[in-house]
Design a binder for this molecule. Structure first.
Ligand code: G3H
Ligand code: 13P
Ligand code: ZN
Length: 350
């Protein structure tokens, strides 16, 4: 069993100057795609499950999928992470279910919609850190609210995330506040807001520094050189994937994601975990549309799901390589949770 914590993997990434894509999983094909790509490139894995994934697949199935991944690929270090935990209770239930890392998203209140006061965020995140670290589990916190600097709209998608208009200040993590937040909570990694948002519709044109504030990452990293930074909403929304979907009858409006070069630039400035969900969705949807349109007599789901899995795998291989994670899995010796707990207790992981 090679179950690692996100903290351990990000420490290795920081020591060796690379980033790790954190892919969202909801079903078997996505899990296999991520793992096959990791095995093909010798990359460490972060798989994460959102509240949406847990309501789609159910906790037991997600656990079983992640268990199957560690059993099938015992030589790959895998961190199993809760994405956007909305309360200490949700985070604790993930810890109890065997997740090795949790995100306490205290940038929003427990409703998952309302931007929270700074004090609430500190207190909720600190509580999760205390409970999680005592059993060796790592914690990601978030400061700043995801949203579009182009429109001023919050980043709500599928009922998750803030709603309505936000100020530019709310949508850009303040470097001084970030330093205070990390010191007060003891988080292992900090998700920052710099103009990215979840989903396919991030930017109406290729983003400039005005709407995708990579400079803000640099400022935060200068204040917090030893903190692992996390970028959410980091799908690149490849134009070629949009084209496949459109070609086979899908409707996708003109849209742009976060260019891979900007992600690579962020990795050079302390970003270690890069969250990607939408790109896998686009790859799979395009492949399924193409398979069904090309052979309308197909009715065995295994046929088109195989195509979807292989399109997702291709995307994952690309990101592992582009972020520099490829080649590192075999260099990591997994630290068991009990040992991580001792390291935290001894103050050796700060
Ligand atoms: O956090 C955002 C991810 O894209 C998860 O989306 O809640 O629809 O699974 P979801
Ligand atoms: P995308 O929607 O850009 O893939 O972002 C996913 C994410 O941030 C999950 O937490
Ligand atoms: Zn996210």
């Amino acid at each position: 069993m090679a179950l690692a914590t996100v903290r351990q993997l990000l420490d290795h990434a920081a020591e060796n100057g690379y980033g790790i894509p954190a892919f969202n999983v909801n079903n078997m094909e996505q899990t296999q795609a991520i793992m096959e790509a990791a095995a093909a490139t010798d990359s460490p894995v972060i798989m994460q499950a959102s509240a949406g994934a847990r309501s789609y697949a159910g906790e037991a199935f997600l656990r079983a999928l992640m268990g199957a991944a560690t059993e099938t690929w015992p030589h790959i270090p895998i961190a199993v992470h809760l994405d956007h935990g909305s309360s200490p209770t949700t985070c604790q239930s993930a810890v109890d279910a065997g997740f090795t890392s949790v995100m306490m998203d205290g940038s929003l209140l427990e409703d998952g919609k309302t931007p929270s006061p700074f004090e609430y965020n500190i207190q909720a995140t600190r509580a999760v850190v205390e409970a999680a670290h005592s059993v060796g589990v790592s914690v990601e916190g978030e400061l700043g609210v995801l949203g579009s600097l182009e429109t001023g709209e919050a980043g709500e998608e599928d009922g998750v995330g803030a709603k309505g208009k936000l100020t530019r200040e709310q949508m850009l993590t303040d470097p001084d506040q970030a330093a205070g937040f990390v010191a007060a909570t003891g988080v292992d990694a900090l998700a920052v807001a710099i103009g990215t948002s979840h989903g396919a519709y991030k930017f109406t044109k290729r983003p400039t520094g005005e709407v995708l504030a990579i400079d803000r990452i640099k400022e935060i990293h200068a204040k917090l050189p030893n903190t692992h930074l996390v970028m959410h909403g980091s799908s690149s929304v490849p134009q070629e994937l949009l084209a496949i979907i459109r070609e086979y009858g899908g409707e996708m409006k003109e849209t742009y994601g976060v260019p891979v070069e900007e992600l690579q630039e962020s990795i050079r400035h302390g970003v270690r975990k890069i969250n990607i969900d939408t790109d896998i969705r686009l790859a799979m949807t395009g492949a399924i549309r193409r398979a069904l349109a090309t052979d309308p007599s197909q009715f065995d789901p295994r046929g088109y799901l195989k195509e979807a899995r292989s399109a997702a795998k291709e995307l994952c291989i690309l990101r592992y390589e582009q972020f520099g994670a490829a080649g590192h899995a075999s260099r990591i010796e997994v630290i068991p949770l009990e040992e991580m707990a001792d390291l935290y207790a001894g103050g050796r992981l700060v």
